[in-house]
Ligand binder design. Structure first.
Ligand code: NAP
Length: 484
């Protein structure tokens, strides 16, 4: 008996399918990791001939291995239709069941790559058409971000999805969790014995998490202007990375154990109260943003934000987590920097006013994936001179260039295998919204701290450095400094 697995993309004429999903699937095909009997059906409303669909995907993927592409391409099909229209779904069902004739199980993975406002409708219609019925095989649905635009809308979307699907059938994607370097945080912490004893308030002064982009809003002006940096980056990616860095060791590498520990971190983050928004948050917009296509000329949407988070548990009490993200910054870099405490007593005869730079560990998530541990060494030829040096690890050096697969590759493979560890559960999404909602609401009030401005190509508003300096700290650029 041979099983079949159909991968159905709704919104298949869009950018995500061409740029991310199909290249990831092709890479899995080349590695022999696609499930047996795999085939892809793309559906969208645009009239596209299946041959033209394949040709456009081939042109975008520019495959080096032509033979592999030819065998992959034979599994790709396109069906014109609207996933919110019952007749289109009936034609899809006929196409799918027409190929599910063998004795084996017939599994289906539906991918919602449509605009978010139709997610609930599509799932309801799939349910009404009996297309998530699990008698012949599993039925899973991957849902792209954004998942809601605030807590109420995320709760409502979860409620509507749960009318049709069990939670175990829902795969909410946050592609940051699919990044090898984010998963490496777990390996680094829990497969080594020397770091975890230091991973707490006794040794760590503070933690910085940065997602910096050099690009502006590009063609996404109208979308971005409604959303802003907190919804686009913090509610999902930054909070999930924070959870990976701060979680307790799970007892097993099991999906629910991992997700439970990440959620415990979000539960322990101290909520933002109206009175502390001014001190714990900072927002800014890059100069020229209001002139971008699709952006309101008087827009107050922030393109940069920095937040100070506290985690109220035994491990992290008193250790601030500074999160920042922005567009049009000086460099593209995503990093977690663990800043250790200063030595308790300096016995070296240092010049007046000079201290010893504390140790730091930079976990560079992208683009130059690696880790850098900074420590002091004695400067040769001086009686007690010292300076910081680095112990460096670059993924490219040890595993070769291109060894790190795209996040979507890992995430799609996990969805085929039924492993939701790196997908976000309903309670996690809602907790994340509950954390950022008060910030978004407070920023809309007349009493809100002012919207700052910054020049493109810088590290954000000058006030951001001063904000951290007032706390006795400074932003780290460790990962940028290490780029080849
Ligand atoms: N692109 C990325 O890198 C990326 C990253 C993260 C998240 N996402 C999310 O992934 C989803 C798709 O993104 P995308 O960049 O591929 O968008 P896109 O290029 O605008 O494509 C959207 C797709 O949805 C279809 N569509 C549009 N309006 C629809 C409607 N009312 N009902 C049904 N189908 C509709 C469009 O095709 P037809 O008009 O032909 O039907 C098109 O195939 C979005 O929710 C986005 O937020 C994308």
């Amino acid at each position: 008996m041979t099983d079949t697995t159909a991968f159905i993309i709704f919104g298949a004429s869009g950018d995500l399918t061409t740029r991310k999903l199909v290249p990831a699937l092709f890479s899995l095909h080349r590695k022999g990791r696609l499930p047996s009997g795999f085939r892809l059906i793309g559906m969208a409303r645009s009239p596209i001939d299946p041959a033209a669909f394949r040709a456009s995907l081939r042109a975008a993927a520019a495959p080096a291995d032509a033979a592999a592409w030819t065998s992959f391409e034979a599994r790709l099909d396109y069906l014109r239709g609207d996933p919110t229209d019952p007749q289109s779904l009936a034609r899809l069902e006929a196409k799918l069941s027409g190929a599910e004739t063998g004795d084996g199980a017939a599994h289906r993975l539906y991918y919602l790559a449509t605009p978010p406002h139709v997610y609930a409708d599509v799932v309801q219609r799939l349910g009404a058409a009996g297309m998530v019925d699990r008698r012949r095989g599993w039925r899973r649905v991957i849902i792209e971000k954004p998942f809601g635009s605030d807590l109420a809308s995320a709760q409502e979307l979860n409620r509507l999805l749960h009318r049709v699907l069990d939670e175990e059938q829902i795969y909410r994607i946050d592609h940051y969790l699919g990044k090898e370097t984010v998963q490496n945080v777990l390996v680094f912490r829990f497969a080594n014995s020397i770091f975890e004893p230091l991973w707490n308030r006794n040794y760590i002064d503070h933690v910085q998490i940065t997602v910096a982009e050099t690009v502006g809003v590009e063609h996404r002006g109208p979308f971005y202007d409604r959303v802003g940096v907190v919804r686009d980056m913090f509610q999902n990616h930054l909070l999930q990375v924070l959870a990976m860095a701060a979680m307790e060791p799970p007892a097993s590498f099991d999906a629910e154990a991992l997700r439970n520990e990440r959620i415990k971190v979000l539960r322990a983050v101290r909520p933002f109260e109206p009175g502390d928004i001014a001190g714990r948050t900072l927002r800014a917009q890059y100069d020229g943003y209001r002139q971008e296509a699709g952006v309101a000329p008087d827009s107050t949407t922030p393109t940069y934000a920095a937040l100070r988070l506290s985690i109220d548990n035994w491990r992290w009490q008193g250790v601030p987590f500074f999160l920042r993200s922005g567009k049009r910054l000086a460099a593209k870099a995503t990093s977690i920097v663990i800043q250790f405490k200063s030595v308790p007593h300096v016995m070296f005869p240092l010049p007046p006013g000079q201290g010893i730079q504390p140790n730091s560990l930079a976990i560079c998530i992208q683009p130059d994936e690696g880790m850098h541990l900074q420590f002091q060494v004695k400067e040769p030829g001086t009686p007690a001179g010292m300076r910081p040096v680095d112990m460096d690890f670059h993924y490219a050096n040890d595993f070769g260039p291109g060894a790190i697969p795209e996040a979507y590759e890992r995430l799609l493979l996990d969805a085929f295998m039924g492993d939701p560890s790196l997908y976000t559960r309903n309670d996690s999404i809602e907790l994340a919204w509950a954390l950022v909602d008060p910030i978004l609401r407070a920023w809309e009030q007349p009493s809100a701290p002012p919207l700052l401005h910054y020049a493109p190509g810088t590290w954000g508003p000058a006030e951001s450095g001063a904000w951290l300096a007032a706390d006795g700290r400074a932003w780290s650029s460790d990962c940028v400094r290490h780029e080849p």
